[in-house]
Write a protein that binds this ligand. Sequence first.
Ligand code: CTP
Length: 397
Amino acid sequence: MPELQNKRILLGVTGGIAAYKAAELTRLLIKAGARVQVVMTQAATQFVGAKTFQALSGQPVITDLWDDASANGMAHIQLSRESDLVVVAPATADFIARLAHGLAGDMLSTLCLARSCPLVLAPAMNRQMWAHPATQRNVRQMREDGVAVLGPDAGEQACGEVGEGRMLEPVGLYNAIVAQFTPALLANQHVLITAGPTLEKLDPVRALTNMSSGKMGYAVAQAAIEAGATVTLISGPTCIAPPAAARVIHVESAAEMLQAVNQQVPDADIFISVAAVADYRPQQSHVNKLKKSDATLTLTLVPNVDILGQVAQLPNPPFCVGFAAETEQLLEYGEAKRKRKHLPLLAVNRAQDALGSDDNELILLDDNGVHPLAKADKLTLARQLITHIADLYTRSR
Ligand code: CTP
């Protein structure tokens, strides 16, 4: 079933250049099965035409408090009652200020005030406007009022300046919206996740690594956040963006990953080891670049510590979940690995399918047996995995 099937989302668009990103967000929401009613402020229509949102949402767009669309002239009450969630993206400094003061001078602010469903704001503004004490005060007020404030991101801004104030990308917002509808299966739990490859240096310019992209680990982090967990993500080098709400610790080698895990594990309730940790490292990491010669070069590799194996053997370990990428005999090798590492749960996949691709197939192995998860994109699989983990974890306590 699509993730947002029949969810009624009221998407408010206010007057900022990031309004164009709201068009893509509308498309994602519609694709996920949501019913989207777009409400624009007058200023927003200066940036993107209402017809764009009408075409994408399949619904007439509301721009005016005095619209005739509602028979009894109570559109603000009716619209807010009909919604499961109100999302304002982009939310300008001016709009947030008006909400913080409970003002209701136009259709969008009126229905934000009249709503009984949750409200999500995605601020977008110039970095100085965002940093201004008045804006910060207003955002604090919104949070105190129970409003979810997503972002903003830091980076290059439409005005040419660089700093915090960019609206989150549509996919990030979409994931956060899905999270609003996800049961908080891991509320108050701290989930520690390792992801990506490790990189074992041979000299300053050469290293041994593997083809892990980090996509599965980052998807698991996203799914855990959606389930209400606090997530610490220890990541080897990747080219992808981690979930905005994760606390990220970047590492390179297996030794650095081990050190970071050891520091974090005392606070972790659940440890999910998705990283493709190098089993070996060069015995010697040369300070200067190795020079070539005509002779054969033999590298001596020494084993790295098995991070997951070590955590699972702690006197009071967190709930440990392993991953295994195998090229053959998935079930036999997977189950042997699970037993060897003393894990309540291990997710096994075919290495050929998993590495770098967007889709995957997982088989979950636990004390109750074998649970195959059908081929899907990695975030979908990660959500199913987190549901399974939450179930086992709850029962184990
Ligand atoms: N793992 C780890 N530290 C290592 C090696 C592996 O924490 N030094 C973790 C991985 O993150 C994964 C699980 O152990 O969750 C299995 O990793 P995998 O590489 O498939 O298994 P290995 O134990 O290394 O065995 P092999 O490479 O022989 O299949």
